[in-house]
Design a binder for this molecule. Structure first.
Ligand code: NDP
Length: 333
């Protein structure tokens, strides 16, 4: 597979210019380009440039408003609602983040429901800034049905990722971010593109038979990680990012989606906690380090996020090897 080496700046310009040429204004395009660039820089290619054709498809079909102005409303002292008015999630998040942080620092804990957004990205890029601001962060979002509920036969849940961030005083924030399916759909798409087979137990074909062919699984459905346990986590995400905040469940998002290949309209739930206001202001940071160190004493362990931070420091100077298949698709836009 041929690749082209691109600098971080070149990736950002390519993403931003492509979005602007399809109807985004500079603010909306810039926020999405930031997200795409961060994914490429951290080696999360499934949520980088590969997503650009999907973003563009929604602009072309008119599903997403590339010039939307999200509005922020305080529903309670610790609840900050952001309505994206049909923008891509990164711009809505950028408008709400400071308000969420401020509310958590005042109240100890705060929530930010996001409605009317189109989410197509990795959650860690959204939670990391919360953790870097010294707060615990949590985020989850649903999508369109892709995952079968435990015991069932048809996809009902999205791949429904959850992300948790923990601030550290002398090191990068610990952020884990994982789909509640065995594998994220973006990874299955990557495997299809690169011609890899999937491990056993990732998904089923359209007839519900177990399959390791990514193209068949994309037509069929994925399984939740950990059987019924992951299935319940996926259900929790549907309730938090849909039912709780007045947004759609994955199956409802699919019902009203136009099938243009880009992200449907849906919701996201975010939460922030100020560790200085939960009872151990002087000790929490060192106490947690003791715990991390205890874990890392064991050979073979590492903190989640470590791979990304390593990639980030490498790509800053060396750039990113981007698949020519993806670049050709973007040029064709
Ligand atoms: P992975 O299974 O690749 O990784 C999940 C988490 O586990 C990461 O935080 C990763 O850290 C960590 N991790 C991996 N290996 C180890 C290890 N050996 N020890 C400790 N920690 C480890 O992610 P998924 O495939 O589940 O999800 C990929 C992305 O897809 C996520 O960013 C998610 O937000 C996104 N997604 C988005 C959706 C959407 O609708 N917008 C839907 C579903 C997924 P590290 O990164 O350092 O390896």
């Amino acid at each position: 597979m041929s690749e082209t080496n691109m600098s971080i700046e070149a990736i950002h310009s390519l993403a931003k210019e492509t979005l602007i040429s399809h109807g985004c204004d500079a603010e909306n395009a810039g926020a999405v380009a930031d997200t795409i660039t961060r994914a490429e820089a951290d080696g999360c290619h499934s949520h980088g440039l590969m997503r650009l054709p999907g973003y563009v498809a929604t602009l072309k079909s008119g599903k997403v408003n590339g010039t939307a102005r999200p509005t922020v409303k305080k529903l309670a002292p610790a609840v900050v609602q952001v309505n994206g008015h049909n923008c891509f999630a990164p711009y809505a998040l950028a408008q709400g983040r400071a308000h969420l942080i401020e509310a958590a620092k005042t109240c100890g804990i705060a929530a930010m429901p996001l409605i009317g957004i189109h989410h197509f990205s990795a959650l860690w890029a959204e939670v990391e800034p919360i953790a870097d601001a010294g707060l615990l962060g949590f985020a989850c979002t649903s999508y369109k049905p892709a995952v079968i509920p435990a015991g069932g036969t048809k996809a009902l849940y999205g791949t429904n990722p959850i992300c948790f961030g923990w601030p550290r005083k002398n090191g990068p924030s610990m952020v884990f971010d994982q789909a509640s399916s065995v594998m994220a759909r973006g990874e299955v798409m990557l495997a299809a593109r690169e011609g890899h087979t999937l491990p056993e137990g990732v998904g089923v074909d359209a007839e519900g038979n177990a399959s390791t062919d990514p193209n068949e699984v994309l037509k069929g459905a994925l399984l939740a990680f950990g059987g019924y346990k992951g299935s319940s986590i996926a259900m929790m995400v549907e309730l938090l990012a849909g039912g709780l905040i007045g947004e759609s469940f994955s199956f409802e998002a699919a019902e009203r989606d136009n099938g243009d290949g880009g992200p449907p309209q849906g919701g996201e739930f975010m939460m922030a906690i100020d560790p200085n206001l939960l009872g151990d202001a002087d000790g929490w940071a060192e106490h947690a380090e003791r715990f991390f160190n205890k874990m890392l004493e064991q050979d073979g362990t590492r903190l989640p996020g470590q791979r990304r931070h390593h990639n980030r420091s490498e790509t800053k100077t060396k750039g990113v090897a981007v698949s020519d298949i993806i670049l050709d698709k973007i040029r064709a836009l």
